[in-house]
Design a protein around this ligand. Structure first.
Ligand code: ZN
Ligand code: ZN
Length: 169
């Protein structure tokens, strides 16, 4: 994704950027990115600066941490930064700080690195296909969302045995 600095107007700029997962080097083991990444942002000029605020969205296939089913996840996150124009240069600074980029005013500003970081940070640590996913039976491996088994009726959690004894006494 690139911002054409020369095309930024004096007041408000609405940008609609799009990139493929390959361009952003997003493929990794946990997440299967298979849709374009869309970035809608507004860059508003204020003095020597452009305040840029935008929303990133894409779809990614993730494996549910409980039942191991692969499901499509709607990834949405925000990405804001400031473009500082001085001495014929544009400097991008974001909240993280370590992805600052600098280019000459006539050049395009490549924001792939920044977008990649924001997308990866927005991935859930523990993806769930649904909030009430029942997961797999720890004994026989049955997917408890689609069927049931008899395992946990017969087998109780040993951690509760002590408590049961305690309640009896
Ligand atoms: Zn699940
Ligand atoms: Zn079972």
């Amino acid at each position: 994704m690139k911002i054409r600095i020369t095309e930024l107007k004096e007041d408000v700029n609405k940008l609609h950027l799009k990139a493929n997962p390959e361009e952003l080097d997003l493929q990794n083991e946990e997440a299967d990115f298979n849709s374009p990444i869309v970035y809608n942002l507004t860059c508003t000029k204020s003095g020597d600066k452009f305040l840029c605020q935008g929303k990133l969205s894409t779809k990614v296939n993730l494996e549910c941490a409980r039942c191991l089913v692969v499901f499509s996840y709607d990834l949405k996150t925000s990405l804001d930064f400031i473009l500082d124009v001085k001495d014929n240069q544009v400097e991008l600074s974001s909240e993280g700080g370590d992805s600052d980029i600098k280019v000459a005013c006539g050049e395009d500003l490549d924001i792939n690195h920044l977008v990649r970081e924001a997308i990866l940070l927005a991935l859930p640590l523990k993806p769930l296909c649904s909030l009430d996913c029942k997961g797999l039976c720890p004994v026989c491996g049955t997917d408890l969302n689609t069927s049931s088994c008899d395992c946990h009726k017969e087998r109780s959690d040993p951690r509760w045995d002590k408590l049961k004894d305690f309640l009896k006494n």
